[in-house]
Design a protein around this ligand. Structure first.
Ligand SMILES: Cc1ncc(COP(=O)(O)O)c(C=O)c1O
Length: 414
């Protein structure tokens, strides 16, 4: 590959995904122009092992106040005095937190893939790599949420060392309060993985896990939270546990924490303090509006009985539309980008062609789309998946529809 090819592929990507597509992957977002500007700096070339003002490298005099300031902003936004920004991703945040709470031979109870949790909470993911045995909480398909009573019984009976809530498919708040009581009785540690819903939590529009009883909350900083790709750990735990978490991060897992994320994160945190509520309210409204429109157009949107969602996501059972694989691939040809997803009844073997599609509206909300645009998106998806119009034809309509929407909202103007 020569230099021209590299340039041309990058420029094609920018044009396609930033200008022509409807981006509905529930784990993606976009930074504001100012955060992006702060991201592209000399810090991307540097090292600063350690913590602010306690570094093992010279040359850190500007990252020190930035990292300290960003950490203070995170504490303010999430109303806690324990915040760790050096983790490079949600997965690394889980690795650090899980390993601080227990390990080899211990039992970890998570919702499991069928219950919407992430692979890192599974025996074949981070939890298993750390030596945890994994059991799953019970899931209620009709409510599309954790089955509280059955899961609480399981906690009391199995007495896991660690219990996790939160997930990658998460339509409704998880029962943190209810689990807290059971965990106290069983001597279990309770962690909430807020990777997907961090931005909604910041905007006060989902649940508030740290106040409901989770002692640690791990997350990505780039899903509903519109920051740079990275991770965060927030705590309301005892000093000793928090020290262990931080020691797992550095020197445990991370040497260099990719410094250019930090100023971008400081901007994103400031923006969420100022515009987070408005953004989160509109995101949830948009998800509900999209669910309603798709339902009216004949799609099987899950959790109709509960208004489809209280988060940024909706989930569809598309078995009668050709299955998750075909639907996601056909929509991609039409410029509508989302992902196929396992639903609660699917087995891990169904991952190649699962029953479902997961749709997230946070990125399109960030560029100013509202309920009326959600109706139009539903109609475009219907043309592809129900009317079976040629995807290439719809791709032109999609690009036309995207034209007025390219400026990021809910952020500082440069
Ligand atoms: C619930 C949950 N936790 C953790 C992760 C991992 O996050 P990252 O991709 O930032 O490593 C994801 C990713 O999608 C997720 O959905």
């Amino acid at each position: 590959m020569d230099r021209k090819e590299v340039e041309s592929l990058v420029s094609a990507q920018n044009q396609w995904r930033m200008r022509e597509c409807i981006n509905l992957i529930a784990s993606e977002n976009r930074m504001s122009p100012l955060a992006e500007k702060m991201y592209m700096s000399d810090f991307m070339h540097r090292y600063a092992e350690g913590s602010p003002y306690k570094r093992y490298y010279q040359g850190a005099k500007y990252i020190d106040p930035l990292e300290e300031g960003a950490t203070e902003l995170a504490k303010k936004l999430f109303r806690t005095d324990q915040a760790e920004l050096r983790v490079l991703s949600g997965g690394t945040a889980n690795t650090a937190a899980f390993s601080a709470l227990g390990g080899h031979g211990d039992l970890l109870m998570s919702p499991g893939l069928a219950g919407g949790s992430h692979i890192s909470h599974e025996s074949f993911g981070v939890a298993g790599i750390l030596g945890y045995r994994v059991e799953h909480a019970a899931f209620d398909e009709s409510e599309y949420n954790i089955d509280v009573d059955a899961s609480v019984k399981k906690i009391r009976k199995l007495k896991p060392k660690v219990v996790t809530l939160g997930g990658s498919v998460i339509l409704f708040p998880h029962p943190v309060k209810e689990f807290r009581e059971a965990c106290d009785e069983a001597g279990a540690r309770l962690l909430y993985d807020g990777a997907h819903v961090l931005g909604l939590i910041a905007g006060g529009q989902f649940q508030d896990p740290l106040r409901e009883g989770a002692e640690l909350m791990t997350a990505s900083t780039h899903k509903t939270f519109p920051g740079p790709q990275g991770g965060i750990i927030l705590g309301s735990t005892d000093e000793e546990t928090w020290k262990r978490v931080q020691f797992r991060v550095f020197p445990g897992l991370i040497s260099n924490h990719h410094l250019h994320r930090i100023p971008a994160m400081a901007i994103a945190l400031n923006e969420m303090l100022e515009f987070g509520r408005e953004y989160a309210v509109q995101t949830v409204r948009n998800a509900q509006a999209l669910g309603q429109s798709m339902h009216e157009m004949g799609f099987n949107v899950l959790a109709e009985n509960k208004g489809f969602t209280k988060s940024h996501q909706i989930v569809l059972d598309v078995r009668k539309n050709g299955g998750g694989k075909d639907c996601a691939e056909t929509l991609e040809k039409a410029g509508i980008i989302l992902n196929k997803n396992l639903l609660a009844w699917d087995k891990a073997d169904d991952a190649v062609n699962p029953s479902g599609l997961r749709i997230g509206v946070q990125e399109m909300t960030r560029i100013g789309m509202k309920e009326s645009e959600m109706k139009e998106i539903a109609a475009l998806i219907k043309k592809v998946l129900i009317d079976r119009k040629p995807p290439a034809e719809i791709a032109k309509e999609v690009a036309e529809f995207r034209k007025p929407f390219h400026e990021t909202q809910y952020c500082f103007r440069d």
